[in-house]
Ligand binder design. Sequence first.
Ligand code: SAH
Length: 242
Amino acid sequence: MRGNIYVVGMGPGKEGMMTGDALAVLDGADLIVGYPVYLDQLGERFAKKEKYSTGMRQEKERCLYCIERAKEGKKVALVCSGDAGVYGMASLMLELSEEENDIEISVIPGITAALSGAALLGAPLSHDFCVISLSDLLTPAEGIERRLRAAAEGDFVIVLYNPQSRNRSGYMKRAADILMGSILGDRPCAYVKNIGREGEEAHICTLSELGDADIDMFTTVFIGNSKTRIIKDKLVTPRGMV
Ligand code: SAH
């Protein structure tokens, strides 16, 4: 029997920011699997669907459960916040199903935090940008620091995911200090919290202010390039470099 697994990006948090394809796949799924917070966010529309969740750090178990159920011939939707391919579960799902011949895996894109956050701020990503995760759970700290330095050196707009959490405090300050090795402290920056969810906030600040800002794991951080400026309370990176 051939089963299907759809790895679905839910966007930042509310139904209106999910794509039509994502909603259609969830409507047609036999069961929806995900981290409990994301399943809760799905709300009324999917209240009657069979659901399965495992806690944080149990990503592998979640994927293996999807494979098991798909092998029964079920249509399984595995949900992730934002886009499933951006620090999400799509790669793990593909890796773990490498030897499986009876299931088809489809990745359904979603709006990643860099894009939903940028829209709230104005237009900070209108020129070359890069995305760096500050989480050293799966990546050695030296590698992250090397990328921060290279991004600053390359004059990219930089978007930081997983900036810090209760267990990883001080990471934002350390990253800001590294960036200030080649960027002046008055560089326009911003951080956006709880995009598309209760408690949504957007703040514009400078690079030197970022280290002490109220930043947690539900925050995405933006560092402008050398041309980024503030226009009527919006963060704007011009499309040209002249
Ligand atoms: N797959 C997700 C990213 C997962 S990594 C995506 O594409 O958006 C988790 C990090 O993403 C968080 O630490 C935060 O930096 C960012 N993030 C995800 N959802 C967010 C939201 N609703 N508001 C602000 N930041 C968010």
